[in-house]
Design a protein around this ligand. Structure first.
Ligand code: TTJ
Length: 648
């Protein structure tokens, strides 16, 4: 391209116009199809805006130039994010003739791509940059602090309204950083423009764990008395493991922590064993939670299994003729966080949260195996506990397998031998088949009568099922209620579990809208979370939402889900004839037709999909709700009295 200074004014103008048009086209595209850039325009998409901005500050921190990020939810539901980095460059770029600051907010994908040196390792799920946030905000303003000056610039829905100019001079020369403030556009975010402080706080805490030494604060200015949380973990993911195990009984303190670098990949692993029967392994790549795992997870698992077995053989903790401990054995009771920072991550899988780079497998394996073997050698008492735990798991696994084989022969976990209480649907197509787990025999009866026979199967369960959080595998397998669920689903159990064999692509939990119903639902969700997790990952698990009220007036009949809706409706109805209000306490109070109309008919019903994305919280929630320690449970229930958080 010709040198800018040698172009005529007309050429410059033409070029400016051309680039301007391109910019507008780019950002108009974002406004036309926001879902393509931020996933959706639901609450999740709304919160994504915050991460797009925060990620820029994190990149600056990872590059070593910032150590503080402050996030504020303002009274009007706008967001402010500041960092103490170098500040977005304000010099005029030759290529565009505009300040770099403007480019960052008006060119798609421009975030972090300029300036040279280092690489962008952070990034939200989509990593599309600040311009997308700008396009989807009614107003956005940015300040840059550098060279003793404050520079400002303002936008509306992606368009520049006030070009960059100096707004303060004579500031301290060592004051530097970036501040961004934006107000999401309600025309785009039709569902909600209200930020959820819990969602923001959870992710910010996680980001602080994942980036040791970085201080991140979150302030909520909306309540009468503003709240502020301040997160700074010098120990990084070691503290994450502490946090995850807060309410568990651990086998040793503190968590093991290793860090290393191989081929430009930074590897961190923290782990600790608990007396639980299951494990909690979280993996991250460039601060993104890799729900589907991938090469870093494989490298970690492989190294863990190998090192524990090698150590046990070397120290004669296992007999020569005993078989090796399996991966599942050595992971029983394990809580671990694996975090890698990769210069060029390849994300694969259904939700693009599976790491594909094979160099990450070897980097994690090598880094972790070396450190971990040395750790075991230096801490023989801890090492013995780890080996003992694995050995115990191995024995339980063998016993459970034997029990399973016996039951399979006797009454069978086989599809040919469906449980007696199951009213199956007639279609054999899993995609259109739904399995309702219904609380109570009477509701089960109504559901059987009212259902669509082609697509809907009913499995009634009586009362409280076994709490799997406190039971070993063989006891779980001996439980009638649980067995019939696995048999009906057709997925197999334990090592044999295959989500591809699921007979139903919707597993719908239908319980009463009272405390007992909520408890049964939690028991079922715990079972599914611990032993049928792939169903959650596949998005097959749902909660049915029976209505709370029926209101009738003359020929009019309406079903309502909340007290608010009831109040609204009663406010609108004429006073006569007197409206008749029925409050449903249980599913059993509805006849077959009502149950179909309100809760089962795909045309009218509401289903809540149970979201596997919330898995980290779920682990803690289940430990708290279902584990042994009572005090944190009471606290948790008091804090979350509405129960709603578990549902989505
Ligand atoms: C780029 O390379 C030259 C020096 O500055 C680098 C940079 O972009 N730094 C930077 C950007 N620090 N902080 C940001 C930033 C912070 C927030 C909160 C939001 C945005 C869009 C950028």
């Amino acid at each position: 391209m010709a040198d800018y200074e040698h172009e005529t004014k007309a050429e410059q103008a033409r070029e400016y116009d051309a680039s301007q048009i391109q910019v507008l086209e780019g950002l108009e595209a974002v406004r036309k199809r926001p879902g393509m850039y931020i996933g959706s325009t639901s609450a999740q998409g709304l919160h994504h805006l915050v991460w797009e901005i925060v990620d820029n500050g994190i990149d600056e921190a990872l590059a070593g130039f910032a150590n503080e990020i402050h996030v504020t939810v303002n009274k009007d539901n706008s967001i402010s994010v500041t960092d103490n980095g170098r500040g977005i460059p304000i010099d005029i770029q030759k290529k565009t003739g505009k300040p770099a600051l403007e480019t960052v907010f008006t060119i798609l994908h421009a975030g972090g791509k300029f300036g040279g040196g280092g690489y962008k390792v952070s990034g939200g799920l989509h990593g599309v940059g600040a311009s997308v946030v700008n396009a989807l905000s009614t107003e956005l303003d940015a300040q840059v602090y550098r060279d003793g000056k404050e520079y400002s610039m303002t936008f509306e829905r992606g368009h520049v309204t006030v070009p960059m100019h100096v707004t303060k001079e004579g500031l301290p020369m060592d004051q530097h950083g970036t501040a961004v403030h934006f107000l999401p556009d309600p025309d785009i975010f039709r569902e909600t423009t209200t930020f959820d402080i819990k969602t923001l706080t959870t992710r910010i805490r996680e980001l602080a764990f994942l980036n040791k030494g970085l201080r991140i604060t979150i302030r909520d200015e909306r309540p009468e008395k503003p709240t502020e949380d301040d997160f700074l973990y010098e120990g990084g993911i070691r503290h994450y493991v502490d946090y995850l195990n807060e309410n568990k009984t651990t086998l040793f303190e503190p968590p093991i922590y290793v860090e290393g670098k191989e081929n430009g990949i930074t590897v961190e692993v923290a782990l600790q064993y608990t007396d639980d029967y299951h494990n909690n392994l979280l993996t991250f790549t460039n601060n993104i939670h890799t729900y589907e795992g991938g090469t870093h997870e494989e490298g970690f698992k492989r190294a863990l299994t190998r090192v524990v077995n090698d150590y046990a053989r070397q120290k004669k903790l296992m007999k020569d003729n005993e078989p090796n401990l399996t991966g599942d054995d050595v992971r029983e009771g394990l809580t671990a966080v694996v975090s890698v920072k990769h210069p060029d991550p390849q994300f694969e899988g259904q939700t693009k949260t599976k790491l594909g780079n094979s160099d990450a497998r070897t980097a994690v394996d090598h880094t972790f195996a070396d450190h971990f073997m040395r750790f075991l050698m230096e801490h023989p008492d801890v090492a013995k506990k780890v080996v003992d735990k694995g050995t115990l798991a191995s024995k339980a696994r063998v016993a459970a397998k034997r029990a399973r084989e016996v039951t399979r022969k006797k009454s069978g976990l086989e599809i040919s031998n469906l449980p007696g209480k199951l009213a199956d649907n007639t279609s054999k197509d899993p995609e259109i088949s739904e399995l309702f787990i219904v609380e109570g025999d009477s509701a089960g009866g109504s559901a059987k009568q009212g259902r669509s026979r082609l697509t809907q199967a009913i499995l009634p369960i009586r009362g409280k099922i076994l709490n799997v959080e406190k039971a070993s595998m063989d006891r779980i397998l001996a439980n009638e209620e649980i067995r019939s669920l696995f048999t009906a689903m057709g997925t197999g159990f334990g090592d044999d579990f295959t989500v591809g064999k699921a007979n139903y692509h919707k597993l719908i939990i239908m319980t009463d809208a009272d405390v007992d119903g909520a408890h049964i639902r939690t028991l079922l969700l715990t079972l599914i979370y611990r032993y049928m997790r792939p169903l959650l990952d596949a998005g097959y698990v749902y909660i049915a939402c029976p209505p709370l009220y029926r209101v009738r007036q003359g020929k009019m009949q309406r079903y309502l889900d909340s007290d608010d809706e009831l109040k609204d409706l009663l406010g609108q109805l004429p006073p006569a004839p007197k409206p008749q209000i029925q409050r449903y306490k249980g599913l059993g109070e509805m006849d077959a037709e009502q149950l179909w109309d309100t809760t089962m008919n795909p045309e009218n019903r509401r289903l809540l999909r149970v979201d596997a994305q919330d898995a980290i919280n779920a682990d803690q929630v289940f430990t708290m709700l279902m584990g042994d320690k009572v005090a944190p449970r009471r606290e948790f229930i008091e804090e979350n009295a509405t129960y709603a958080d578990l549902d989505v």
